[in-house]
Design a protein around this ligand. Structure first.
Ligand SMILES: [Zn+2]
Length: 185
């Protein structure tokens, strides 16, 4: 089922999500809906809070060989993309190397900003079956996971920008939304 994606400004996007106690069928149904919603958007990652569920769960779908846009390589090489389900993710290692890359967000339509983050991470999480996993994520995959994990703590990419740029983007979004409202005559 495709769920509505919450866009900023919205208080729910500031909420700190709660750990998932048990990976059961209800959680798996949510994950399935999130993948369907992400594909329809389309996007390469989605966190549960973006569909209004304050649980620490996210999905990402891209080829791990994908390179950062700044490396001037194809962003999406040919081949099937891997769908990953990360529940209660925790970054247990991150590289000292920091890279800048332009990011977008399904909750901030049509807004992009250069964000700095560690180039590589190791993340520990529970998978779709509730099994513990560890993943070394580099390039676009690592970046995407870090972006989605920010959502679980109520952090949007605009929160990583200066206050001036943040207010500019949020004002633009609020204005765009007002214009979308149907006119009653
Ligand atoms: Zn996002």
């Amino acid at each position: 089922m495709i769920l509505p994606i919450i866009t900023a400004p919205d208080r729910r996007l500031k909420v700190k999500s709660q750990p998932v106690a048990k990976v059961d069928d209800e959680v798996r149904r949510l994950l399935d809906d999130m993948v369907e919603t992400m594909r329809a958007a389309p996007g390469i990652g989605l966190s549960a809070i973006q569909v209004g569920v304050a649980k620490r769960a996210l999905v990402v779908e891209l080829d791990e060989q994908a390179k950062l846009a700044s490396e001037q390589e194809p962003v999406a090489p040919e081949g099937p993309h891997t769908t990953r389900y990360l529940i209660n993710p925790e970054i247990i290692w991150s590289s000292e190397k920091i890279v800048f890359c332009e990011e977008g967000c399904l909750s901030l339509p049509d807004q992009f900003a250069e964000i700095e983050r560690p180039a590589d991470i190791t993340v520990r999480y529970l998978d779709y079956d509730g099994q513990p996993q560890e993943l070394q994520a580099t390039g676009m995959l690592g970046r995407c996971i870090q972006h989605e994990m920010d959502h679980l703590d109520g952090v949007l990419l605009v929160d990583r920008l200066s206050a001036v740029r943040r207010h500019m983007i949020l004002r633009k979004l609020a204005k765009a939304r007002k214009q979308e409202q149907p006119v009653t005559a």
